[in-house]
Design a protein around this ligand. Structure first.
Ligand code: G6P
Length: 371
């Protein structure tokens, strides 16, 4: 087993460090020399994809958060309305899906019972189902009309890491492909984003190479009893995922909130020294960024310890940070691919410091195959 962990203490840490390769492998063969997207495996005809009038994403756990990010990207690039729903809720509420609906399921294992039931239900209504999956030949891809595989390689740690980042990549590819086949007027933007996606493995590697401050912070905060995570736009699902990782691994109470909701409740939780992680959108989305920075100032004024993840060189964000975690420059919609990495490392390290079994957290299973 030690050999399989290749010198890492946990599979999870190894898998976090495999993300540059996993992301590169998921992009491999999907961009041609002209910078266009090829998704041959998406065996649903372009005509059908042009007729789709709604996208519904269903998933559980971390995969659901990848779906929340996908909604922002798909709606922005394709202008097709996109809903995201927990598979366990979707199935039992008589959802409206029909042959014009593209149902996208996201599942690392391809065996999650609720997700499987959701797609069976969707197919009974004659919706087209695309699975985003990491496991070749698993039940969910077998029962779907088409599959986009994430090529993360086997994920052993119960808490998903490279599974999540490669799911994000697959969601971006699907969104950009839909925009491409539907002839959206974002030609330049699509090409630029594809180029940017190709630079993501190196950007993630840069974060991993400079992760010592995050590890030190985890050791420092080992006695925290509660941690908040705030974000807006695609930073909101990242906040949810950061909180989930901490719950799963460190057994610490952690909540992710949309930063704009602060005044509607969460700010009542803020007290002296409460650690609050905040994901700041890149510069360029200045309206949004300004709002997040003032949210940080608000919690800081109430004594919170602010751990701010923002673009390198963002001095306004740094000014309100107790701890500043620099992220490489990236387009807003792609930022989750980078912002999640320090949060994964933080949770992994904090659980390690507390002496927990990071790969097999109590009460959790890698794949939940019962409803
Ligand atoms: C379990 C795992 C999570 C995973 C979720 C969904 O809860 O512990 O890491 O995100 O299932 O699994 P799936 O295989 O469908 O992505």
């Amino acid at each position: 087993e030690a050999a399989q962990k290749q010198g890492f203490d946990w599979y999870m840490r190894k898998e976090i460090f495999e993300q540059p390769t996993a992301v590169a492998d998921t992009l491999l063969g999907r961009l041609n020399d002209r910078g266009e997207l090829v998704l041959d495996e998406l065996r649903i005809s372009p005509e059908t994809l042009r007729r789709i009038n709604k996208v519904v994403i269903v998933a559980c756990g971390t995969s659901f958060y990848a779906g929340l990010v996908a909604k922002y990207a798909i709606e922005h690039w394709t202008r097709i309305p996109c809903e995201v729903e927990l598979a366990s809720e979707f199935r039992y509420r008589d959802p409206i899906v029909d042959p014009m609906t593209l149902v996208v399921t996201i599942s690392q294992s391809g065996e999650t019972a609720d997700t499987l039931m959701a797609i069976r239900h969707a197919r009974e209504q004659h919706a087209k189902v695309v699975a985003i999956c990491n496991t070749n030949g698993a039940t969910i891809p077998r029962e779907s009309d088409a599959v986009i595989y994430t090529h993360a390689g086997p994920e052993i740690g119960v808490a998903s890491t490279k599974g999540f980042t490669t799911q994000l990549v697959a969601c971006y590819l699907l969104g950009l492909y839909l925009a491409q086949v539907r002839g959206m007027k974002y030609g330049d933007e699509i090409a630029a984003l594809l180029g940017e996606l190709e630079r993501m493995p190196a950007a993630i590697q840069g974060l991993l190479d400079n992760s010592q401050p995050v590890l030190d912070l985890a050791a420092e905060l080992a006695d925290a009893t509660s941690v908040l995570f705030l974000g807006r736009h695609v930073g909101y699902p990242v906040a949810l995922e950061g909180a989930l990782k901490l719950k799963e691994l460190a057994y610490i109470h952690a909540e992710g909130f949309a930063a704009g909701e602060l005044k509607h409740g969460p700010i009542a939780l803020v007290s002296d020294e409460l650690p609050v992680f905040v994901i700041v959108p890149p510069r360029g989305r200045d309206q949004l960024r300004d709002k997040v920075i003032s949210n940080i100032a608000e919690v800081r004024a109430r004594g919170a310890r602010t751990i701010v993840l923002a673009e390198a060189g963002d001095e306004e964000a740094r000014a309100v940070a107790s701890n500043f975690i620099e992220l490489p420059k990236v387009s807003t919609l792609l930022q989750p691919l980078l912002a999640v990495v320090p949060l994964q490392l933080f949770a992994c390290e904090l659980a390690t410091v507390k002496g927990h079994d990071v790969d097999q957290p109590r009460n959790l299973a890698k794949s939940v195959t019962v409803e």
